[in-house]
Design a protein around this ligand. Structure first.
Ligand SMILES: NC(=O)c1ccc[n+]([C@@H]2O[C@H](COP(=O)([O-])OP(=O)(O)OC[C@H]3O[C@@H](n4cnc5c(N)ncnc54)[C@H](O)[C@@H]3O)[C@@H](O)[C@H]2O)c1
Length: 397
């Protein structure tokens, strides 16, 4: 059993606490820390948490807790992680790890120097659908992964600090692109180096300095592409979808809207419907198990089970640092309108990998480009002559 210091009693602090203390869980939040004492007190009362405070130092130093969970605004992640490392406590930090790669690297160095156990709380690679899809991809169901498209869009975040670039580190890219980037890395291979990024970003709607919309392409060393699409201007709730394309197959994942629970009500269902739902009347798309569907359940199971087993969790601080480095390159690209290199001080993955491109042999003279069953029942082959390079077609009866 672990006793936990929870830093932050906002949206993520609630989801995390709900997950950690759900059902008949063994682990318990022992201390809750929020900026406002009354918020902390109410949170403690709601979740049966013995202690509450407004002091990050006091919460981390609590003699009964062995794990610190950082669910604070982005500008406080580094300070909280450095303090947890100094206190020699296990530390799990929410996304994005830092506001930029420099902050994330400082955090990574601090935990490694202190020798404390740590994990990067990237929930969306742990959703039940994603875990199953990743397993299928790992078993070769899709062949070589060529392209992963990941989309997260909603009408914008719920707290002031997200909208202030200085406090958040940026807009939709750092806030949500970090999820999409890690989803793509997980399918493409976290041991493959992200080489460069091309990104469009704009402030289409909201009166803020940061971007509220962006699309980016991350090219990996083997030629695979991770595509992220993020927006704080989307209307209609939260759109969370992933597409994975490989040489042998495809996966489409839809995590949130219209996933099999649809309700019409003219009078409302009496409150909260689902994260970022825009209304509570008309057609609604509630979610049966929010913390499960968003991956929080699988994520904390991995973090705490791996801690108990003395092995690293799936999502490490190093992963958080790589994601921040990709996000930084995306911001540079959006400004320069060019491909920008991903700058990593330390690369811990593979070097000199093979390209995803591959040749399907047909006969001594030809390479197969494509085979298709036509409406008349014949099979048509598109072939390339090895010597002349000429493209030819041939029918099989
Ligand atoms: N899917 C996800 O993983 C996910 C979802 C939402 C948010 N987040 C991340 O979680 C973090 C927090 O986001 P949120 O949505 O919960 O924000 P929020 O604004 O809802 O909550 C922030 C909390 O931090 C507390 N806080 C702020 N300053 C403090 C201080 N100086 N001392 C003590 N407590 C302080 C506030 O009182 C509040 O309880 C962010 O980094 C965000 O990116 C992750």
């Amino acid at each position: 059993m672990h006793k936990i210091t929870m830093l932050g009693a906002g949206l993520i602090g609630s989801f995390y606490t709900m997950t950690l203390q759900g059902h008949r869980a063994k682990d318990h939040v022992q201390v809750i820390c929020a900026k406002d004492l009354e918020d902390a007190r109410k949170f403690a009362q709601k979740w049966d948490i013995p202690k509450y405070t407004t002091s990050i130092d006091e919460a981390i130093a609590d003699p009964e807790t062995d794990v610190v969970v950082v669910g604070l605004p982005n500008y406080l992640h580094k300070e909280a992680v450095l303090k947890a490392a100094a206190a020699k406590k296990t530390v799990f930090c929410t996304k994005p790890l830092g506001r930029n790669a420099a902050e994330a690297k400082e955090m990574l160095d601090a935990v490694e120097k202190a020798g404390v156990y740590c994990g990067y709380l990237e929930d969306l690679v742990y959703t039940p659908k994603t875990l199953k899809a990743l397993e299928a991809a790992k078993n070769g169901a899709l062949g070589k992964i060529l392209w992963v498209r990941s989309r997260e869009t909603h009408p914008g975040p719920h707290s002031d600090w997200f909208w202030d670039k200085a406090q958040s580190g940026g807009g939709a890219i750092v806030d949500m692109g970090c999820h999409c980037i890690e989803i793509a890395r997980s399918f493409i291979g976290k041991d493959l180096r992200p080489v460069e990024v091309m990104c469009w970003a704009d402030t289409q709607v909201h009166p803020i300095e940061a971007e509220d919309s962006a699309i980016g392409l991350v090219r990996y060393e083997n030629g695979a592409i991770g595509q992220f699409e993020v927006s704080w201007t989307f209307r209609g709730g939260m759109d969370l979808r992933d597409e994975v394309s490989g040489t042998e197959g495809t996966i489409w994942l839809n995590h949130w809207l219209r996933t099999g629970f649809e309700m019409f009500t003219s009078v409302g269902q009496g409150g909260y419907v689902a994260e970022k739902a825009e209304g509570d009347t008309g057609w609604l798309f509630p979610v049966g198990d929010e913390v499960g569907s968003l991956g929080y359940t699988g994520m904390f199971a991995d973090m705490l089970d791996s801690l108990d087993a003395g092995k690293p969790p799936v999502e490490s601080f190093y992963d958080g640092y790589v994601v921040n480095a990709i996000v930084d390159a995306a911001y540079r690209s959006a400004a320069s309108k060019r491909w920008e290199p991903v700058k990593l001080d330390a690369w811990r993955g593979r070097e000199g990998v093979e390209s995803v491109s591959h040749v399907v042999e047909y006969d001594a003279d030809h390479i197969l480009i494509k085979e298709e069953k036509m409406p008349d029942g014949k099979t048509k082959l598109i072939l390339k002559n090895r010597k002349t390079g000429k493209i030819e077609q041939k029918f099989l009866d």
